[in-house]
Design a protein around this ligand. Structure first.
Ligand code: SF4
Length: 723
């Protein structure tokens, strides 16, 4: 006990609250293992901020391709990882140059949940930096301070799917005992644990450099977008395993526990009345209310009940470490466990729910991104129905579309993309092309321009599939095209879902548009009190108010979600039906949890400002990669075509103001005006402090943000904005 107290006092002196104080640096070329002191990057707090800063320092030539061995991939935790912060303790941020986006792989990010980042902290690490390329397939074995780069050959890991790979590593590291057995890994002076190692792995898709390849941890935690699975494959890195027996020093366990109880008492759903909320992404939502569903309803009248009732079979909640929400499910059938959202929607035309769940499992086992795989199979289906693809047609394809909807069909499709063959084991040009991703495949077929013009290929930004439509969900679309990927941040997405679902089932939204807009925008410091930030009307969609909305969203997510690592599925908590006055906890909650762990006196606004700095650093990296205002354009169809629909039936409602009155309006019929979007870009760049003609950040802005060294590098390449 005495020794523990001594360590605790020492930690406090050194400001270790929430930190392990060292980052693991692994250069696979030459198999060098070193450390980076966390203090060198602590001003960035953690997660994305630290990852971007490390990337900037270590990658001298930012124009390299994602497959270049000099590409650096970071896996970062936050001070909150592994603590009791609700929906804020289990995420890991992944960064590096990706290989999915088009025309080039931008410096980009992804993120996954589970228990990897907590375990990394318990092992004594704040993050992992991966450089170089191994001479043969390897995996990294982390047991507290004891880190080894091991050949895959002894466990025959290369060639396994992600689940089999993890099982082999678990057995190797933890032995073949049962759960609950104590394990004593090396290091930490004889510490023990009943946990199994947390393993992050690639499947065959990553090994074969499919640009849709992702990283998988446990059954269904996926670092989905950006193609990091392929980047790992190019580095000959199959998996990272980590097991730790240490702990994390929390500044005030009492304050942390009180904050958690405060959140639960005032903002969480009521288990006796779990139907109160039913809106996603906030604390009003009961666990496991959104298991895998049967796909989008085929018709409004036929499946209305089924669509929203979402029949729930025997299941139990599954959660990331520290999270009370348990938004994923484990099913009695054992199929589709831990998958969520679009991963569960893949293969929407499956002939049965069982086939759909098995298809989801295939994605996780072979290590493929659900979003792009979903849109890829739909694109092929459309081309087949148009008579363009299939036997004897312009595009020859080994898939048998007369069997579309069966398990055999989807298994062949998944294997085709994962192995670059015909999906049955034979070399095949079509499969090889599909592994390059949907946008590059369409280009190879000579269809890209036309299919982006009509929208047959719904890739609005950077060759990445649509998620929520930029013509309606402005903050989503604008944020994506001004960034590096489909943002996949649901902060304002509840605005759409609440109104669209209400209209679909013939009820009223749970709050009026005016009330909702006020609750949201009152929290959006430093722009608080401007309700027009959420006026999605045609008249307002290119305005300075929307520029503020997009800015706030970029800054909030860059810090609070991607650096402090609050989970996108539960934060921010804007409007909360369980809370007094329906006012959620965001603004108050984030710093409350953060300060309880770190002992800092950090405000919500401090986080937004740091988010701005991180966003500007990312933007500077994109500029060094070749970004210029002139290349920031949506796909052509976004400027000319109206929207079809969401999931076949839902209308595109968002709040808007008309004739002085707020309401929810259906904006399906519109498209983005290209010239007016150019005016919007100018407003947005002005707000960021970037040169408006190029989009290059200025020295004044960079120095004001404490990024003078970034200005120097931009200047060196003639990419510093004037002003
Ligand atoms: S809300 Fe879901 S994804 Fe997010 S931390 Fe909780 S269990 Fe994990």
């Amino acid at each position: 006990m005495k020794r523990r107290l001594k360590i605790s006092a020492q930690m406090k002196e050194e400001g270790m609250n929430g930190y392990a104080e060292k980052i693991l640096r692994i250069n696979l070329t030459g198999r060098k293992i070193t450390t980076i002191p966390t203090r060198d990057y602590k001003k960035w707090v953690g997660g994305h901020g630290m990852g971007s800063a490390i990337f900037f320092d270590l990658v001298k030539d930012k124009t390299i391709d994602g497959f270049d061995p000099a590409n650096v991939v970071t896996l970062m935790t936050s001070p909150l990882s592994g603590t009791l912060v609700p929906a804020g303790a289990g995420r890991t941020e992944v960064q590096g140059i990706g290989v999915q986006s088009y025309p080039i792989g931008w410096f980009t990010r992804s993120n996954f949940g589970g228990r990897f980042s907590p375990m990394l902290k318990y092992a004594g690490w704040d993050g992992i930096v991966i450089e170089g390329k191994a001479d043969k397939p390897v995996w990294i074995d982390i047991r507290n301070d004891n880190v080894k780069i091991r050949d895959c050959s002894s466990l025959s890991l290369w060639g396994t799917d992600t689940w089999e790979c993890q099982k082999r590593i678990w057995k190797y590291v933890a032995g073949s005992g049962t759960y609950g057995d104590w394990i004593q890994p090396e290091g930490q002076e004889g510490g023990k644990t009943t946990q199994r190692p947390a393993v992050l792995a690639i499947g065959p898709a990553g090994e074969n450099l499919s640009r849709m390849a992702c990283l998988i941890h446990d059954a269904g935690n996926g670092s989905g977008q950006s193609g990091f699975g392929a980047v790992w494959g190019s580095k000959n890195l199959k998996a990272i395993s980590v097991i730790g027996t240490g702990s994390i020093h929390v500044h005030s366990p009492k304050a942390l526990l009180e904050a958690r109880l405060w959140q639960k008492k005032n903002f969480a759903f009521d288990l006796d009345d779990p139907e109160t909320g039913r809106a996603p992404c906030v604390f009003e939502h009961a666990p496991v209310q959104s298991p895998m569903w049967k796909g989008p309803p085929k018709s409004k009248s036929a499946q209305k009940g089924e669509y929203f009732a979402r029949p729930i079979e025997g299941q139990r909640p599954q959660a990331c470490v520290g999270c009370h929400a348990g938004c994923r499910a484990r099913f009695e059938s054992g199929l589709g466990n831990e998958a969520h959202c679009l991963a569960t929607l893949f293969y929407v035309d499956a002939k049965s729910l069982e086939i759909q769940r098995k298809a989801t499992d295939l994605l996780n086992k072979y290590g493929l991104n659900a979003v792009e795989m979903t849109y890829s199979v739909l694109y092929l289906r459309d081309l087949y129905e148009l008579g363009i693809l299939g036997p004897g047609n312009t595009i020859d394809c080994p898939l048998d579309f007369t069997d579309y909807g069966s398990f055999e069909f989807v298994e062949q499709f998944v294997k085709m993309v994962a192995y670059r063959n015909d999906g049955l084991g034979k070399k095949n040009e079509f499969g090889d092309g599909m592994a390059e991703g949907i946008v590059r495949t369409a280009k190879k077929w000579g269809r890209l321009k036309e299919d982006l013009r009509t929208g047959l290929l719904p890739l609005p930004h950077w060759g990445i599939p649509v998620h929520y439509d930029p013509r309606v969900e402005l903050e989503w679309g604008y944020g994506s095209i001004l960034g590096d990927r489909d943002i996949n941040e649901h902060d304002f997405n509840t605005l759409f879902w609440d109104a669209a679902q209400a209209e679909f089932i013939g009820t009223e939204p749970k709050t009026t548009a005016e009330e909702t807009v006020k609750i949201y925008t009152d929290k959006m410091v430093p722009f608080e009190g401007d309700p027009l930030m959420l006026d999605y009307s045609d008249e307002n969609m290119y305005s300075e108010h929307i520029a503020k909305l997009v800015s706030w969203h970029r800054w909030y997510t860059r810090f609070w979600k991607q650096s402090a690592l609050f989970c996108d599925w539960r934060w921010p908590d804007f409007l909360n039906l369980c809370a007094p006055g329906k006012i959620g906890s965001t603004g108050e909650a984030e710093p409350k949890f953060f300060n309880a762990v770190t002992g800092k006196d950090f405000t919500f606004r401090d986080g937004i400002e740091l988010g701005r700095k991180i966003w500007t650093l990312d933007h500077s990296i994109w500029i060094l990669q070749g970004r210029h205002r002139d290349v920031v354009h949506f796909a052509d169809y976004v400027y000319s075509e109206p929207i079809v629909s969401v999931y076949g039936v839902l209308k595109h409602f968002m709040p808007g103001k008309k004739d002085g009155k707020w309401d929810y309006f259906d904006y399906s019929a519109r498209h983005i005006d290209k010239n007016k979007f150019e005016e919007f870009k100018t407003r947005f760049y002005t707000l960021q402090g970037w040169e408006t003609t190029t989009g290059y950040p200025t020295r004044t802005t960079l120095e004001w943000l404490g990024l003078g060294y970034v200005a120097d590098e931009l200047e060196q390449y003639g990419k510093l904005g004037k002003g």
